[in-house]
Design a protein around this ligand. Structure first.
Ligand code: CP
Ligand code: NVA
Length: 301
């Protein structure tokens, strides 16, 4: 049966750890200039219904480095944008491609694509989840903190796709996860219930309490793609939810900072904190490449 990469909740702890090990191995091979054309002659289609820098470039380069090729399919240029049903797109694209990555709005769109496609489907971000990003984040934490188990990650800001995926990914690999957000912007209720049942989870409005002693401080934009019209209202609601010097003073000594990017300096993070932790944040961006190569090898080889 074909496999997909739609949500981290579909993967076991062992599967996630083995993807991370494969990502590290591929990263090392690339660094040493060792060939690793594991997907020679294969083609990935990449459907984008939202903007992207990192996801698009890292998937395209990743596929090239694995010996295959990638096709950029802008949602507005393919017939999907003119109303062709996703069920039909799935069956058509499956006749040409070896895998499909999709960045879209509703999680249901990615799920339906996967249901009707006969080739693996990868979630490149939905309003609900961003699992590729979190695999890269876990790789970065492992590299900078020397491990994952028992480490505390504190996410400050909107309970959005990033928060949802970080909760699931973090808890699966044995981390403690805390989320500081306004009551009206909590992560998905089902994910929070799962996290509470699996231990090591806290959701609070108290930013400094959530940051206290944390090994990893994480933030993301206050208004995600598709929420542009709410930007002013959200700037108000999230005013106290900024990663700044006070947050870093509360965190554990040597705490790292991660941001999936793009960042809005002066909103969710100060320019000073971002620049002080630029090496971690840009390692994180680089790790998208290695993590996604591991996902593609796992699904498409
Ligand atoms: N972090 C991330 O997914 O970046 P892009 O939106 O640039 O792909
Ligand atoms: N929460 C952000 C993440 C961007 C990578 C968004 O969905 O726009």
């Amino acid at each position: 049966m074909k496999k997909d990469f739609l949500l981290l909740s579909h993967y076991t702890r062992e599967e996630l750890l083995s993807l991370l090990a494969l990502a590290s191995e591929l990263k090392e091979q690339r660094k040493n200039g060792e060939p690793h054309a594991l997907l020679k002659g294969k083609t990935l289609g990449m459907i984008f219904e939202k903007a992207s820098t990192r996801t698009r470039v890292s998937f395209e380069v990743g596929m090239y480095e694995l010996g295959g090729s990638a096709l950029f399919l802008s949602g507005s240029d393919i017939q999907l944008g003119r109303g062709e049903p996703i069920e039909d797109m799935a069956r058509v694209l499956s006749r040409y491609l070896d895998g499909i990555m999709i960045r879209t709005f509703a999680q249901e769109t990615a799920d339906t694509l996967a249901k009707f496609a006969t080739v693996p489907v990868i979630n490149g971000l939905t309003d609900f989840a961003h699992p590729c990003q979190v695999l890269a984040d876990l790789l970065t934490i492992q590299e900078h903190q020397g491990g994952l188990e028992g480490k505390t990650l504190c996410f400050i800001g909107d309970g959005n796709n990033m928060a949802n995926s970080l909760i699931v990914g973090g808890i699966k690999v044995g981390m403690h996860v805390r989320v500081a957000c306004p009551a009206a912007y909590r992560p998905d209720a089902g994910i929070m219930a799962w996290a509470e049942a699996n231990g090591g989870f806290l959701c609070t409005e108290d930013v400094l309490a959530s940051a206290t002693g944390a090994d990893v401080i994480y933030t993301d934009v206050w208004a995600s793609m598709g929420q542009e019209e709410e930007a002013a209202k959200r700037r108000n609601a999230f005013a106290g939810y900024q990663v700044n010097e006070a947050v870093m003073a509360a965190a554990a000594p040597g705490a790292m900072v991660l941001h999936c990017l793009p960042a809005h300096r002066g909103e969710e993070i100060t320019a000073e904190v971002l620049e002080a932790h630029a090496n971690e944040i840009f390692d994180e961006a680089e790790n998208r490449l290695h993590a996604q190569k591991a996902i593609m090898v796992h699904l498409m080889r």
